[in-house]
Ligand binder design. Structure first.
Ligand SMILES: Cc1cc2nc3c(=O)[nH]c(=O)nc-3n(C[C@H](O)[C@H](O)[C@H](O)COP(=O)(O)OP(=O)(O)OC[C@H]3O[C@@H](n4cnc5c(N)ncnc54)[C@H](O)[C@@H]3O)c2cc1C
Length: 398
């Protein structure tokens, strides 16, 4: 029998392996990974590893130490270039091909970049090498670091750079930071947090392009006609799911791989993590979630779905959860609020920078954010897992 093949050896892929082993599969499992080394755990890359407070070798994934026990045939430095879903046959970057009895798509996402030729001093942060390359440029003591994009990675990088004593400008085209995951009023709190720590925050202004001196960046030209002089620029403008290799494969692709509520994308093909959009029955909507814990849980659900074979499989309903560390504040979000949801601060206050806010759409609670309030978020998440009704959440947190 051909092996189960997992493409991508990061959180979602290895979690799927764990689930198929726990589910009793004792056949071969091959994991194909384009990178030459096992991907490191990503959250420390914009935080402790970048700050120099964690050894790069300590940033390992949760399952990195269990690969032997899981009997994984891990093949590093091999990219899948194409797959034919009808025969479950994969073409690999070394010219070989491989048949699969089941396929897990866990190829994650890659950072979006700005148009133009590559310039020294311009960075993205996705891999360990990215983080170490940025760190080297920061160690050289740049006059200023410009961070383009105030999503959670841009905001974390800005905070880490300030922690290193560097001058930082944070540039965001939207009216507030983190608007893809937080309503605007709370995004405004994030902007204030950065300003209070000395960051020059520029909101509602787009980027015209990078300004170069030879092959090295020397600034960022903004749409309002100003230029931010900076010899290091970090581009944090979001990611695109890695699906190019699925073109013409028969696997449906839209905003990532399109899955049903059980993580199934095509017969014998499941997808999970940053790359996968699925119907989340708990929220009654399709979503693609780029978060650490989600990648683990989604990977496990995808692995179980593969083992269910031609059966109906279990729907994967979840309350997404993520955290972000900025300065001495830990932001923790349970749920999936939209930018336009009502914001109700139920504990503490934005001014204190220590609060719990719940997000409301009609009679539904779409999420709860805690800033230095871990217990409240854990409790709220449990309540949201039972039901998204507004009243019990208001009662719990008031
Ligand atoms: C800097 C940074 C900080 C973060 N901090 C947080 C945080 O604080 N909290 C939080 O909740 N989340 C955080 N995240 C998000 C979280 O790390 C991701 O959601 C998670 O890593 C997604 O896991 P994944 O397995 O889906 O994909 P990935 O980790 O992207 O892994 C996909 C793997 O597939 C491989 N691959 C791609 N294409 C192919 C191919 N064709 N053939 C073979 N292999 C391929 C890639 O090389 C990659 O290793 C952070 C992410 C980053 C980058």
């Amino acid at each position: 029998m051909p092996p189960i093949v997992v493409v991508g050896a990061s959180l979602a892929g290895l979690s799927a392996v764990d689930a198929v082993r726990s589910g009793g599969h004792d056949g071969d499992v091959v994991v194909l990974e384009a990178a030459a080394a096992l991907p490191s755990d990503r959250p420390p890359l914009s935080k402790q590893v970048l700050a120099g407070t964690m050894e790069p070798s300590a940033a390992h994934q949760p399952l990195a130490g269990r690969l032997d026990e899981l009997a994984v045939d891990l093949r590093l430095g091999l990219r899948v270039d194409h797959v034919d879903v009808a025969g479950l046959r994969l073409d690999l970057s070394d010219g070989s091909s491989l048949s699969a009895s089941g396929l897990v798509v866990a190829t994650g996402a890659s950072p979006r970049t700005l148009p133009g030729p590559p310039l020294a001093g311009v960075h993205v942060v996705r891999t360990l090498d990215d983080s170490l390359a940025l760190r080297r440029d920061l160690d050289a003591g740049p006059d200023r670091v410009a961070v383009i994009g105030a999503g959670f990675i841009g905001a974390e990088v800005a905070a880490t750079c300030r922690g290193l004593g560097l001058e930082v400008t944070l540039i965001e085209a939207a009216p507030a930071p983190m608007v893809r995951v937080l309503p605007e009023a709370v995004g405004a709190f994030v902007a204030d947090l950065h300003r209070a720590h000395g960051v020059d925050v520029r909101l509602g202004v787009g980027v015209e392009g990078l300004v170069a001196d030879g092959d090295r960046v020397r600034g960022v030209a903004l749409a309002d006609g100003t230029t931010v002089d900076a010899s290091v620029v970090v581009v944090g403008i979001g990611v695109a799911p890695d699906v190019a290799w699925l073109e013409g494969s028969g696997v449906p692709v839209g905003n990532g791989v399109t899955c049903d509520e059980t993580c199934l994308a095509a017969p014998g093909v499941v997808a999970a993590g940053d790359v996968a959009e699925w119907f989340n029955p708990h929220f009654g909507e399709r979503m693609r979630v780029e978060q650490w814990e989600h990648a683990i849980e989604h990977g496990a659900a995808a692995g179980r779905r593969l083992l269910a074979g031609d059966g109906p499989g279990e729907p994967f309903g979840s309350v997404p959860w993520f955290w972000s560390d900025q300065y001495d504040r830990k932001l923790q979000l349970a749920g999936r609020p939209a930018a336009t949801d009502e914001v109700h601060v139920l504990e503490g206050s934005l001014e204190e920078q220590r609060f719990v806010a719940a997000f409301r759409r009609g009679e539904r609670c779409t999420g709860v954010l805690g800033v230095n309030r871990p217990r409240h978020v854990v409790q709220a998440r449990m309540r949201l897992t039972e039901s998204l009704d507004w009243a019990p959440i208001e009662e719990l947190l008031s």
